[in-house]
Design a protein around this ligand. Structure first.
Ligand code: GLY
Length: 362
């Protein structure tokens, strides 16, 4: 059984199919002769590349694979150029489909290539990490990093379909799976208090990847994301609620050289920080901030950097400066008034930021 959720964006609308196996991947069906370029990283290609390619060839399509190194460093213009060359030598035409088979890095990179190669070719996301499934594969944000900061070059470019095959999660290392749970928790905080409560009730099932629970949790996250994106595709306003925990999270990722913490781990620390900041300036109940921290901890996510090399506040404050949500050199925060209701564009005094960092994160 598959669940289908529609992202409603007029002529750019598309389905997210969530299920097991790829038999539900409707766009990738019935188009014999179509050339497909599957982009994945070396880990995912070794695990799933051949099988996915064989399925598509079985449906009469011509399938080629382009493999890039695993790791966030690959999300760069150098690898965009590499993929343009692969697309050109594979003879991809305007009728071709570029498939991103992988986690967030592959989806963002391949999506940007799809947005720009031949001024845009069709694009399908097959996410293989929980983080990509519930967040980055939906909503059309594509792009790469520059040495100056994350995601500084990109395009809004919607896929024509997202095929979320939960079987692909079976090979995901536990640390990466847990990192994806941070984005799951985020939806409860920013949009749906009863979903937050459900996550509290099912912590063990979530950690054990209970398949029935997982399918419904992934579907709810995609539903929320689809609703937010349909309201504000290009992040003029409310879509920014999806960045809850990301202002500090991105700064931590940068301070850690993009290798020390996984994205979800950095976002978990950022959400703990944002919840406590929300108590100070948005009237968020201290008991609810404590629930946020308790749920993150129960899901084995970090609340603060541990060990000797805790980034110094001036380093983090400096890293926030290059965040693309920064306006007039002041970072903007997404905060929360109560569970299920987020506020965007909050400017916070530097002294308060430092105080909350010292009290709850150091
Ligand atoms: N990952 C945040 C967004 O898609 O807007």
């Amino acid at each position: 059984m598959a669940t289908t959720i529609q992202v409603k964006l007029a002529e750019r609308s598309y389905p997210i199919h969530i299920g097991k196996g790829l038999s539900f991947a409707s766009t990738l069906d019935g188009q014999p002769g179509t050339r497909i370029l599957i982009v994945s990283d070396s880990h995912v290609d070794a695990l799933h590349g051949q099988a996915v390619c064989a399925q598509l060839e079985g449906r009469g399509m011509t399938c080629l694979r382009a493999v890039v190194p695993a790791g966030e460093e690959t999300k760069s213009l150098k690898w965009v150029e590499y993929l343009y060359a692969q697309a050109a030598s594979a003879g991809l035409d305007r009728n071709a489909i570029l498939v991103a088979l992988g986690g967030g890095m592959v989806g963002d990179l391949a999506g940007f290539v799809a947005a720009t190669y031949l001024r845009g070719v069709r694009f399908v996301q097959i996410p293989t990490s929980l983080l990509a499934l519930v967040d980055s594969s939906v909503g059309g944000k594509t792009g790469v990093n520059l040495p100056q900061g994350k995601n500084l070059v990109g395009a809004f470019y919607q896929p024509i379909e997202v095929d979320a095959d939960l079987d692909l999660l079976k090979t995901l290392p536990q640390r990466e799976y847990v990192s994806g749970l941070a984005e799951v928790v985020k939806y409860g905080i920013i949009w749906d208090a009863s979903f937050f409560h459900l996550l509290e009730k099912h912590q063990d099932g979530l950690l054990a990847r209970d398949p029935v629970l997982l399918e419904s949790v992934v579907a709810r996250c995609c539903e929320i994301k689809a609703e937010v994106v349909a309201m504000d595709e290009r992040e003029i306003g409310p879509r920014a609620i999806l960045n809850f925990g990301h202002t500090l999270g991105h700064a931590l990722e940068k301070a850690g050289g993009y290798g020390r913490w996984l994205h979800g781990e950095a976002v978990a620390m950022g959400m703990h920080f944002a919840a406590h900041l929300s108590v100070k300036i948005e009237g968020f109940a201290p008991a609810d901030a404590a629930r946020v921290s308790a749920l993150l901890t129960a899901l084995r996510l970090p609340l603060r950097p541990e060990g000797e090399a805790v980034p110094a506040w001036p380093v983090l404050r400096g890293a926030m400066q290059s965040d693309k949500k920064t306006l007039a050199r002041r970072p903007r925060f997404v905060l929360s008034r109560k569970l299920g209701a987020a506020v965007v564009g909050c400017e916070v005094e530097d002294s308060l930021l430092e105080e909350v960092w010292n009290v709850c994160c150091k």
